[in-house]
Structures are given as C-alpha cells and as structure tokens.
Design a protein. Structure first.
Length: 209
C-alpha cells in the first residue's frame, strides 16, 4: 500500500521525525528510509534500541496517530497509474493488499479508491506477527486468496517488502519511483518499473499465459 499504491512513505518518515522532535531527540544522522515497508512494532523496536528513553512512552500508538492524520489530510497522492491499474486488475484477477500499515489506514484507502467491493481480501499489520521481510504476511494473503504462492505476483516499493514476497515464493515487481537503492531493489525483483504507467499495454495477457 504505502509507496506502492499511494505515495505515503514520507508520512512514515515525518511521523518518526515528529516523535523524536517531541522527545527532544536529534534526527540529523538517522536513516529514515530504514523504516519503509515495516510495521510500527518493528519501527518501535528499532527506535527504542537506538534511543532507550523512548521505552517509557507509547511509541507505536504515537507513530500510528501521526501517520494516519497525514494519511487522511489530503496530502496523499497515488503512485502514477496505480488507481487505474488496481481497478483494472480487480476486474480480471484476485487482488489483495498486504500492508505494514494499520487497519484504519487501509479502510480509509479502500473507500478513497472505491475498491472495497472489488478487492478480494486484505491484511493489515494487526493480522500477522512478523514484519516484512519475513514472508508471513504474504503467505497468509495467499491463503486468504485460496492461491498457491507461486501463482501470486507482488508489487512492492521497499526492500523489506520485496524480500518478503520473494521469501514467500512469489514473483515480484519493484516500484522504483522513490527507490534509494535501485540495485538492491533489482536484486529482489523479477522486474522493476518506475510506476504503473510503465507497464506494457498487454500486461494482463502476459501474466495470464
């Protein structure tokens, strides 16, 4: 979802920055990209390991609250071509969202994109235990789809997400629009594209063969 359908990974970065600023912690040398594609639980563990005083505050809840406020604020934009592509995909194939974001953010996007009645299933961070790059979320999604992993195609923008899909035994498409490490992305992708407008016109016929 984040960075794959909507350009919202920046909201994750801003949420982490706000949390640290509110607690008077310097963020100058912190690599914010490391928080892309993983759950708030995983982010919380990283932050508390880096900044032990944070263990005394509800880090995960504060991060989610900040993120969701930005998510629904009107500042969010689709990855180019994502809206049209997803509607087209949902009319032809089983489709799912398997995201590290929380349920309330997924629910908002389902309604904003108008896909609640079209999507086959979805998983949010509350539905699985191990954050990407562990394959749990994608294996559970395949189970809910009633489809074997080798027949699934994953679209991901983050390295942990791509690693998760590959570890689940799925083919992967790397969305490179905001990639900071294109070579590593290519390593874990079956193919890479800048965004959905770069897919061939006969994409669905190609993957149906």
């Amino acid at each position: 979802m984040d960075g794959t359908l909507v350009d919202s990974e920046i909201f994750t970065e801003k949420s982490v920055e706000k949390l640290l600023k509110d607690n008077m912690i310097e963020t100058k040398n912190l690599d914010l990209k490391q928080f892309h594609g993983i759950t708030w639980d995983a982010i919380t563990d990283i932050l508390i390991n880096l900044y032990p005083p944070l263990r005394d505050i509800p880090v995960k809840d504060l991060l989610q609250n900040s993120f969701h406020e930005l998510f629904i604020s009107g500042q969010m934009h689709y990855i180019p071509g994502a809206d049209t592509f997803f509607h087209h995909a949902a009319s032809k194939l089983k489709t799912a969202i398997a995201t590290s974001s929380n349920k309330e953010s997924v629910e908002y996007l389902l309604d904003r994109m108008g896909i609640r009645e079209k999507i086959t299933t979805w998983l949010s961070a509350e539905n699985y235990t191990h954050s990407k790059p562990h394959p749990e979320c994608y294996l559970k999604t395949a189970g809910k789809l009633g489809t074997s992993p080798e027949h699934c195609l994953v679209f991901e923008d983050s390295i942990p997400g791509l690693m998760s899909g590959r570890a689940a035994g799925m083919q992967t498409v790397g969305i490179s629009k905001n990639a900071t490490d294109l070579e590593t992305m290519k390593k874990h992708s079956t193919i890479t594209i800048e965004d959905y407008t770069k897919l061939p016109d006969n994409f669905f016929e190609l993957i149906s063969d």
